[in-house]
Write a protein that binds this ligand. Structure first.
Ligand code: ADP
Length: 162
């Protein structure tokens, strides 16, 4: 196996089966996958940072070479601090392409050693996003096909309190 350590950053609000697919595929290709939850001051999240981290930990228990962390600030700075020069992102549709390309070029401008590798979403999950899961859960719809089984109750609980 390739020994490269990679960083998979995102909001993961909450983690979905689409994210899981990217994590599992990356963990087969690379030596170590660092999934990192971004503490984004400009974006209101439904789940707290700690809840998001814990849900990913539960969902990734079976993956030996996957580490879960969180960070605040620039992705390139965090990548450097943990010794990663490769960022993984998932690409769903043309709509993702523009913003992902912009972010990848901006990161390269900030640090020329950083490369972004894109994995194309599995067609099963090409429509799936955290916001769709949140919307479904808020109306009490069945989310069992869209998120890891071990976090379903926690997502439901969040909306039953609201
Ligand atoms: P961000 O707020 O950084 O976009 P997300 O949690 O929404 O964070 O997404 C993190 C990464 O996972 C992004 O690269 C996104 O394109 C990718 N991603 C999100 N949903 C899916 C999916 N269903 N299939 C594949 N990749 C996905």
């Amino acid at each position: 196996m390739n020994k490269t350590r990679v960083l998979y950053p995102g909001s993961f609000d909450p983690i979905t089966n689409g994210h899981m697919d990217i994590i599992e595929r990356s963990s087969k290709i690379f030596g170590e996958v660092n999934v990192a939850v971004v503490k984004n001051i400009n974006k209101n999240s439904t789940f707290t940072l700690q809840e998001r981290v814990e849900m990913i930990e539960k969902a990734c228990k079976h993956l030996d070479n996957v580490k879960i962390q969180y960070f605040e600030g620039l992705t390139v700075d965090f990548a450097k601090s943990i010794g990663c020069s490769t960022i993984i992102r998932g690409l769903r549709a043309v709509s993702d392409f523009e913003s992902e390309m912009q972010m990848s070029l901006a990161n390269k401008k900030l640090d020329n050693n950083i490369e972004t590798i894109f994995l194309v979403a599995d067609e099963k999950y090409a429509f799936l996003s955290s916001s769709i899961v949140r919307e479904m859960a808020s109306y009490g719809a069945d989310i069992s096909e869209f998120v890891p089984e071990v976090i379903i109750d926690e997502i439901k609980a969040k909306y039953s309190n609201k």
